[in-house]
Design a protein around this ligand. Sequence first.
Ligand code: NDP
Length: 256
Amino acid sequence: MATRVALVTGGGRGIGRAIALRLAADSLAVAVAARTRQQVEDTARAAGGGALPLVLDVTDAASIAAAIERTTRELGPIDVLVNNAGIAESAPFAKTEPEFWDRHFAVNVRGPYLMARAVVPGMLQRRWGRVINVASLAGLVGSPYVTAYTASKHALVGFTRALATEVSGRGVTVNALCPGFTATDIVWSGARNIVTKTGKSFDDAVKALAELNPGRRLIEPDEVADAAARLVADDTTNGETVVLDGTAPAAKGVMR
Ligand code: NDP
């Protein structure tokens, strides 16, 4: 079987980096894409082999076209698309300005739509493909101060479910990963926000976020990467939301 090719958006750090490294370890040829060149180069180096670093902005259709063209030319047609790039900012609803709202939808929903639109037709032609959308528990439940993020992740889950039904039975699957608070920059910056607003210590702020997860611990990026790897190997699961809420034992037993 030819080497499968994966493109991971937001692969420079956090969850995307863990997914890129995991797929490379599973012998896929991986394109690592995000806006910060140094981070995608670092992940690609760590992934070893022929991993391809790409500077990509998922809000920019021309940037997407260039990244897909280069991946196809250098690694081959894309078999696995991991729509992981995302932003998560918090604000009380009254301070949720239209630009703030639109920014979340541009990155978290329109980005995955544009990426999928560019690669799914080829997957269907080749009768094999995986689209893995990194949504969130916020794609399934609501919480305060994150209306824009939550609405965008619900939209991403809806997109996942609808596209999954459309490609069903043709060799392509579309699923969403729904982690709770995960140990990445998103949580560290959320914790800094809490420190500023409440005067709590940074460690207490991180702990408070961890305790919002049903398992009362942070999710590790490697747990999300394991779930992504399982979906790559799985021919049948389609249109599902895979919840990672910390109620299962941690991948590395790390508690924060
Ligand atoms: P990070 O902030 O560590 O990583 C986000 C990644 O997305 C970075 O590589 C960033 O790179 C990239 N990115 C952001 N905007 C764009 C853009 N316009 N174009 C291309 N890449 C972009 O956060 P996480 O690893 O935590 O987040 C990854 C995904 O997981 C997100 O979709 C997030 O919503 C989701 N998630 C995270 C949770 C958490 O608690 N951490 C919980 C549930 C879901 P750059 O800035 O260089 O472009």
